[in-house]
Design a protein around this ligand. Sequence first.
Ligand code: ADP
Length: 338
Amino acid sequence: MTPRIENDDDQILNLSLRPKAFNEFVGQSRVVENLRVAIQAAKRRSESLEHLLLAGPPGLGKTSVAHIVAHEMGAKITATSGPAIGRAGDLIGILTNLEQGDILFIDEIHRLSKVVEEFLYPAMENFEIDFIIDKGPYAKTIKFHLKRFTLVGATTRSGLLSNPMRSRFGMVYHLDFYTPDDLVQVLQRSAKILSMAVQPEAARAIAERSRGTPRIANRLLRRVRDYAQVKAGGKISPEVVHAALAAQGVDDVGLDSLDRKVLRTIIEFYSGGPVGIEALAAALNEEPDTIVDVVEPYLLSAGLLKRTARGRKVTRFAYQHYANLKNEKLELFAAAES
Ligand code: ADP
């Protein structure tokens, strides 16, 4: 079971739960404040907003921010993603259709091909692109002027973005994991939209197991709702949350089966590490990108994993968690940590 995969119902619900304006967007106050100022200033000057890069792990609100920026600017948004723009021609088609002030949102922008990326540079900088028509000795370059648009890029891996790309963004913000308090607010808002009654302690119990991620909080809320309807007469209490999340394979610090598999593999096969990401991914039969983008950021932020020059190592806290899960004594594993 991979609980992070969402079915169609979940995707539709996710859309209905997406915050539409900054006053519905919980947390990330520094980013929100800076964006509010930039938007107000751009509007006062009747200019388009500078290009914006949003970085951070999946589910923290990058797509939501892109849509909110468009909404607050009163602009139209065109959304696509790095892997969806296969050829330069695809990008040219999109760019030439943009109107003054429009927002172009490119998710997973680090996955644009080199060729497409190079077409994007003059478009971002001077709002023009170079068409090459004909081939060989008859080849001619024609400049095409674009309307002043705003590119909003989102990436889970800002480290993979080339320097020329990064330097063309006027604003670069990193979204952090949310605190349990923030996630309680996210859950209360979602519960209201879904017409659910959730006891405050139950909301907190979900928040504490959501890996600091609103998308996960919302998904767990829906799983708890299903469980409560079938097994608990619809009542959402802390006990129901514990039972529902245990049934989903989510443990008491919010780790799911893949997170635990990563920790267990490092402890059992690599004596706690260090281990390189390629070797770890091979041992787990997973893509290295999945480990780096989806699993590792939270394990690092929760103090369960650390990065060293020689690879990933688990921490004492990870041993403790592993020992608790296995009902074994910490001493058994502590020696290997030293
Ligand atoms: P990303 O693009 O970073 O993967 P999304 O913007 O798609 O993340 O967010 C996933 C879901 O999480 C949204 O549909 C929304 O329901 C919820 N969400 C994300 N950030 C917030 C927030 N700050 N406040 C309320 N809900 C949020």
